[in-house]
Ligand binder design. Structure first.
Ligand SMILES: N[C@@H](CCC(=O)N[C@@H](CS)C(=O)NCC(=O)O)C(=O)O
Length: 191
């Protein structure tokens, strides 16, 4: 694994659009997260990231596609990257663009909140590609104030991604008996 930025001499020969991630394995070069993840899944040993039953596999593909199509642009391109790589001439983040993206984030997280429900995984009872597609996006979103606030409001998503803090949140929630009784607290979520 090498760190390389977009449009750099390492990346340009591997990715026709100069973006990251890109992969080189022997004489194979690949671009786009989806193709890279599937190649890694099929070529390396380790836990399967696609369920073996066809229905759950289709559900995983639906989430992977939805995350790429609906979450990536507002959460990463229009929000995170505006903070990290401000494109304005004065080198400062574009507040208007960030604010517009930040307004979209709670609605998007609400969809994930429903998908997770009380489970740690979007589909079935194991980690799949769908969880791995959203994890880095959320990790970046959380680094900035509006994103962190939006995530704080989504307990199910938090439970899935931050089991330790979730333990406290679950305890509070069960004490209040708002969503589920204490017997349904999720010790398996506490790492
Ligand atoms: N659909 C692509 C998105 C790739 C992408 O846009 N990557 C960003 C970094 S997260 C990038 O390289 N941006 C540089 C640019 O837009 O010029 C994928 O899933 O791999």
């Amino acid at each position: 694994m090498h760190q390389a930025g977009p449009h750099t001499p390492e990346i340009v020969p591997v990715h026709p659009f100069g973006r990251i991630p890109a992969l080189r394995d022997g004489d194979l070069t690949l671009f786009e997260t989806g193709s890279i993840v599937r190649y890694v899944e099929e070529s390396l040993p380790g836990p399967a990231l696609l369920p073996d039953n066809i229905r759950d596999r289709a559900r995983v593909e639906a989430w992977v596609s939805a995350i790429s199509s609906y979450c990536y642009v507002p959460m990463i391109r229009n929000y995170v990257l505006q903070y990290i790589f401000p494109k304005r001439a004065n080198g400062r983040p574009d507040r208007g663009m960030i604010d517009a993206a930040a307004r979209q984030i709670p609605g998007l997280l609400a969809r994930l909140e429903s998908a997770y429900g009380e489970r740690n995984w979007q589909v079935g009872n194991a980690c799949t590609m769908a969880d791995l597609f959203i994890a880095p996006i959320l990790a970046y979103v959380e680094m900035f104030p509006e994103g962190k606030q939006a995530l704080d409001d989504c307990l199910n998503v938090r439970c899935a991604f931050h089991p330790r803090t979730a333990a406290i949140a679950c305890a509070v929630r069960s004490t209040l008996s708002v969503f589920r009784p204490a017997t349904q607290m999720r010790p398996d979520r506490i790492r």
